[in-house]
Design a binder for this molecule. Structure first.
Ligand code: SF4
Length: 82
């Protein structure tokens, strides 16, 4: 058994770990200490994160160019993050 995988995680969860889980710190997102594993509604795998990022970038790129500039200035210091 891989010692980096916490015992409270199932094998399925360990195959696709949550991006917020950090070794030694447990959950890096919530102030709950011990990870809730697959039952957690905030759980996000690397693949899910990448898919969500792609979806967001595609949506932003379809937006009116003027609106994109407005959003980049308001929320991203003028840099287009998509
Ligand atoms: S599954 Fe939930 S509790 Fe566990 S690390 Fe991810 S966000 Fe935190």
């Amino acid at each position: 058994m891989d010692e980096r995988i916490p015992s409270h995680k199932t094998a399925a969860a360990a195959d696709k770990p949550c991006i917020y889980f950090s070794i030694g710190k447990e959950c890096g997102l919530l102030s709950i200490g011990k990870c809730k594993g697959e039952k957690c509604s905030f759980r996000l795998t690397e693949q899910e994160y990448e898919a969500a990022q792609k979806q967001w970038k595609d949506r932003m790129n379809r937006m009116d160019p003027e609106k994109q500039i407005e959003i980049s200035r308001k929320y991203y210091g003028g840099k287009k993050q998509w």
